[in-house]
Design a protein. Structure first.
Length: 44
């Protein structure tokens, strides 16, 4: 996940690694944030 996050930061200028829910276990969340400009929110 760290390598993927570094590429996103370099190419898209988005720091997905520091967003809760988009870390190592949140690969889908990071992808949605980076490529679809999604927002992550808690629902519980």
């Amino acid at each position: 996940m760290g390598h993927f996050a570094n590429i996103i930061a370099r190419d898209l200028e988005k720091d997905v690694l520091r967003i809760p829910g988009a870390g190592a276990a949140g690969g889908l969340g990071a992808g949605l944030l980076a490529f679809l400009n999604a927002r992550l929110c808690r629902i519980f």
